[in-house]
Design a protein around this ligand. Structure first.
Ligand code: ADP
Ligand code: ADP
Length: 208
């Protein structure tokens, strides 16, 4: 197996499924969104350049993202492939990626637009362990986060205004990648408008 791409609109459940698939495949999750948020937080040049785009819900320029990815996949834990989450998001990113590494599976999580705002606006993450929760659909257990130290984190861009821009960016710039990967015979679509466990089962079936 080569690297995997988790594909879908914002809020489709890519991060949620990546955490579960990682347990099964051992491939490390590479989330460009997480990498960019860390860069913004620590005030690096990449972070300074990316911040405005992220706040507006626009895509960060390809060359910024590709420089991050080039460095990341040279790290030792990426030697047997990785699971990309939120990357690639444009055809030029996919073309550049194809020159860096083999993609064996693109797993598309299909969620209708009408579900996206409620998914994103209820999202919370444990700042200690990274587990993704939802106020209604996947709440923190009454006994607390299994890591034992739940620290609620909400993203600044998880608000209704920005979500609509992010969704538009997805339809205009990212969704053409579905056909691009389909032509290369690696594209698999699963229905993401179901229980989290059912989706995980389907995704693992594609990989096995
Ligand atoms: P993405 O990484 O694609 O942006 P996330 O994994 O962060 O998406 O999920 C977005 C929100 O939707 C989170 O609050 C998550 O708990 C919730 N969620 C994920 N999968 C499902 C699902 N199958 N049904 C309902 N809510 C879900
Ligand atoms: P979500 O899955 O909820 O849309 P991400 O965490 O993947 O959120 O991305 C957050 C923001 O970071 C995006 O709105 C965009 O500004 C930027 N970003 C992340 N990955 C990429 C990428 N591959 N190309 C361009 N911009 C990106």
């Amino acid at each position: 197996m080569g690297s995997i791409v988790l594909f879908g609109p914002p809020g489709a459940g890519k991060g949620t499924q990546a955490q579960r698939i990682m347990d099964q495949t051992g491939l490390p999750q590479v989330s460009t969104g997480d990498m960019l948020r860390a860069a913004v937080k620590s005030g690096t040049p990449v972070g300074k350049e990316a911040k405005g785009y992220m706040e507006r819900g626009e895509l960060v320029p390809d060359q910024v993202i590709l420089a991050l990815i080039r460095d990341r996949i040279q790290e030792p834990d990426a030697a047997n492939g990785v699971m990309f989450d939120g990357f690639p998001r444009t055809v030029p990113q996919a073309v550049a990626l194809s020159e860096m590494t083999d993609i064996s599976h693109v797993l598309a999580i299909d969620v209708p637009d009408g579900r996206i705002v409620e998914r994103i606006c209820g999202r919370a993450t444990c700042g200690n362990c990274g587990t993704v929760y939802h106020d209604t659909f996947n709440p923190v257990p009454a006994s607390g986060c299994p890591c034992g130290d739940y620290q609620e984190k909400r993203r600044a861009d998880d608000n209704e205004g920005t979500v609509l821009n992010r969704l538009e960016a997805y339809h205009q710039q990212t969704s053409p990648l579905a056909a691009w990967y389909d032509e290369r015979g690696v594209f698999h679509r699963v229905d993401g408008d179901r229980a989290i466990d059912e989706i995980t089962t389907d995704l693992l079936a594609v990989l096995n």
